[in-house]
Design a binder for this molecule. Sequence first.
Ligand SMILES: Cc1cc2nc3c(=O)[nH]c(=O)nc-3n(C[C@H](O)[C@H](O)[C@H](O)COP(=O)(O)OP(=O)(O)OC[C@H]3O[C@@H](n4cnc5c(N)ncnc54)[C@H](O)[C@@H]3O)c2cc1C
Length: 362
Amino acid sequence: MKYIADYIVVGTGLTGSVIARLLKDAGKDVLMLEKREHVGGNVHDQKHESGVLMHTYGPHYFRTHSNRIWEFVNRFSNFYSFKAIIKAKVTSGLENWPIAANYIQKHVGEHWEPEFTGTPLNFEQAALSLMPRKVYELFIKEYNEKQWGVKATELSADLCKRFNVRADNNPYLTPGHAFQGLPLQGYHQLMLNMIHGIPYQLDVDFLKNRDKVQARKLLIYTGPIDAFFDYEFGRLAYRGQRRETVFHENQKLAQPCVQVNTPMHIDGSQIRRIEWKHLQNPSSPNTTKGTLITTETPFSPDNPDQFEYPFPDSPNQTLFRRYHMAYKKLNNIMICGRLGEYRYYDMDQVIARAIYLAEKLL
Ligand SMILES: Cc1cc2nc3c(=O)[nH]c(=O)nc-3n(C[C@H](O)[C@H](O)[C@H](O)COP(=O)(O)OP(=O)(O)OC[C@H]3O[C@@H](n4cnc5c(N)ncnc54)[C@H](O)[C@@H]3O)c2cc1C
């Protein structure tokens, strides 16, 4: 079988689907290829046999500051309001995450000076310039050592931009975002609606079928950039999560919020516990008696299907730049998305980026 179209989009995640949608809306001839057996990439969700909806590749909380992105996603689904609350299990019990001001007041005191004041050269120094050592050691250090599998001093200082200490006690993960919610019928349905009317083929690995694919105008590839080049310069490192999901039939709810992080080594290598029932729409609650919990444990995957977080250090950035330069020498191809750009993007960021790229093409 040959796959021929003006625009061939490899990957049906948010990046590929947004670009395909905008090209199709502009009257272009588009075909999508997907190696997995479902569309939607990493935002895919599914009903567990208990009837509880779960996100296949880890919890996805949608939030954005942008009116435009909110209007765009609402084209494909209505949303119900949902603001994530996350707790961290530390020695004093379950505490707010991000760390609340009253935790610091109670456990460190009103007045504290940052232990590190220069230009941070690594993650540990960056964290100690933002928060007291006690807080760093309980909430941050071991969490990141579990997440990345290396010592905190080996991680990049930039990673610290993703952590903050609250000046207040607001319990929500992202209280400042104007729009937050979850799609009424789930992400899978949202993604099906987004690509409605665009032909697509599942179970087709582009890399194993290159000779059968003919993009007359442009190939848009959203898979891993190093895999595209057959790992010619070496492999980019990623972390993934092993997920173990258990239905507890005699428990109504097991934890106070959707996500409980277990940042300390003493709690084992698992890093967080997700209780899916907290995500359900309050106006049509699932009546399942028990509760469904997924435990996530970080690891270093070889299989590209399990690549989740690009590794935050400079050797990998240097390697990525080598691949990126090789890509820039090619014609009629665009490599993009979280795997193509070797970059963590939230959903709203990846949609904004895909809209920008599609508009450049049109
Ligand atoms: C654990 C985790 C939790 C997250 N939680 C949140 C959250 O709470 N809020 C938020 O805003 N964002 C979250 N994100 C980010 C969100 O998942 C990404 O922004 C989004 O999925 C990126 O979409 P993408 O299309 O670039 O990549 P992907 O979704 O990975 O899509 C790429 C697609 O390409 C396909 N593909 C790859 N190679 C080939 C090939 N050779 N042939 C054919 N198809 C191929 C893949 O199968 C996949 O379907 C989270 C990410 C992770 C990893």
